[in-house]
Design a protein around this ligand. Structure first.
Ligand SMILES: NC(=O)c1ccc[n+]([C@@H]2O[C@H](COP(=O)([O-])OP(=O)(O)OC[C@H]3O[C@@H](n4cnc5c(N)ncnc54)[C@H](O)[C@@H]3O)[C@@H](O)[C@H]2O)c1
Ligand SMILES: [Zn+2]
Length: 382
């Protein structure tokens, strides 16, 4: 089959790779209909990553049709249209039983590899390095989906592919951010990053009753899109004193909840590791900690690899802040998000700004990486 593979730092190519096969009785094989780029892919592209190997297939977010079913699979039949959650989780371990699929003890096939950086392993993930299990991703004609009863979800007929696709990763990530922030009716929520994840965090905050949602970024098109589709108030950090503006718009206190959805590695150590690339603006974390109201919550999503220096720990303790993080979403919210999509409460298709054949994968990633031509997500069709 054809697949979009990582070849070397800043080099992707569509290559011929072996078709996936059922390996375990709980696997299904999915024929991909759509797959999307994700901010979490960008540090990988830049390389060098000792855990990515030439020929690894990228793509954490995808949707398709079941074409083969393992003997122990109960919930899926050949022909089902399914969206596949980005996290790979067993469904049976202590964490999975609490609904914490992103912490699954059995999702990664190479647990020891994350210990030096993260202390402990987390779940597996499609289209990520061996540290996340080494599962081939969705930028391909076919994907093997392990634990399919846990991670694949039937898409309601009322939801088309372009909308349902984002129930794999970006929508559950946004929902999780709002949940970790414990967003309540009347809250003021500030979000750094107007990519797909930031915008869907904004929608989740509105659905949970937030009174005001403010989104911080530098890209005009993204800010305008967040305003139009998520009811967020845009703030361009190139022209605005963000901390002062956030205080003004929250009765002088600061936002109740601050979410970082900025992508790209903010830490010096990560910048070194990713080949000397600088983060787009490395001080977002400090800005969020300093802006948040006393006793508020700061949520950090993904991306913040490794170690962050000069972290304002004093502000966290003095001002009684809660700091929460998540690298990838759980699976438990996917059916609820698909229901909301079917009821038209949650719309995501506008995020698919660029629709391309899989053959144009390298160009799609270049557009996405450079935020060129208003690209928020490149969506590929094999
Ligand atoms: N925890 C999860 O469940 C989960 C799931 C998917 C993605 N993620 C993470 O969420 C993050 C966002 O993903 P995405 O796909 O929307 O990324 P993206 O790369 O498309 O967008 C990131 C946005 O952040 C903006 N940004 C960068 N620095 C900023 C700063 N200092 N202030 C304000 N804005 C800034 C960029 O301009 C860009 O628009 C990534 O780190 C990704 O790894 C987390
Ligand atoms: Zn598990």
């Amino acid at each position: 089959m054809r697949a979009l593979c990582w070849v070397a730092a800043d080099e992707l190519a569509v290559r011929q790779v072996p078709d996936p096969e059922l390996r375990n009785e709980r696997d299904v094989i999915v024929r991909v209909r759509r797959s999307a780029t994700c901010g979490g892919d960008l540090p990988l592209l830049a390389g060098p990553d000792p855990l990515l190997r030439t020929g690894d297939v990228l793509g954490a977010e995808f949707l398709g049709e079941v074409v083969e079913v393992g003997p122990a699979v109960r919930r899926h039949r050949v022909g089902d249209r399914v969206v596949v959650g980005a996290s790979v989780a067993c469904g049976g371990c202590w964490y999975c039983r609490q609904g914490l699929h992103s912490c699954c003890d059995n999702g990664s096939a190479d647990p020891a590899s994350t210990d030096p950086g993260w202390g402990r392993l987390d779940a597996g993930c499609f289209g990520r390095p061996r540290a996340a299990g080494g599962f081939a991703g969705g930028h391909a004609e076919y994907v093997r989906v392990p634990y399919a009863d846990v991670g694949a979800f039937q898409v309601p007929d009322a939801v088309d592919d372009e909308r349902a696709l984002f129930a794999a990763d970006a929508a559950p990530a946004g929902w999780l951010a709002a949940e970790l922030g414990a967003v309540r009716p009347g809250d003021v929520v500030a979000i750094w990053g107007a990519g797909a994840v930031g915008q869907l965090t904004a929608q989740a905050a509105v659905l949970r009753g937030a009174a005001r949602v403010l989104v911080v970024d530098r890209y005009e098109e993204r800010l305008r899109m967040a305003e139009r589709h998520s009811g967020a108030e845009p703030l361009d950090y190139r022209r605005t004193d963000i901390a002062a503006e956030l205080r003004d718009r929250s009765g002088g206190r600061g936002p109740d909840v601050c979410v970082l959805a900025v992508g790209t590695p903010p830490a010096r150590s990560a910048i070194d590791r990713f080949g000397g690339r600088t983060a787009e603006r490395p001080d977002a974390l400090r800005e969020a900690v300093h802006s948040c109201r006393k006793s508020g919550v700061v949520v950090v999503l993904g991306g913040a690899d490794e170690f962050v220096d000069a972290f304002p720990l004093g502000a966290v303790t003095d001002r009684r802040l809660t700091l929460r993080g998540a690298r990838r979403p759980d699976l438990r919210d996917v059916p609820m998000l698909l229901d909301r999509m079917a009821r038209d409460e949650l719309r995501t298709e506008h995020l698919a700004t660029h629709r391309l054949p899989l053959e144009h994968g390298p160009q799609g990633y270049a557009l996405f990486r450079d935020r060129a031509d208003g690209c928020v997500r490149a969506v590929f069709t094999p």
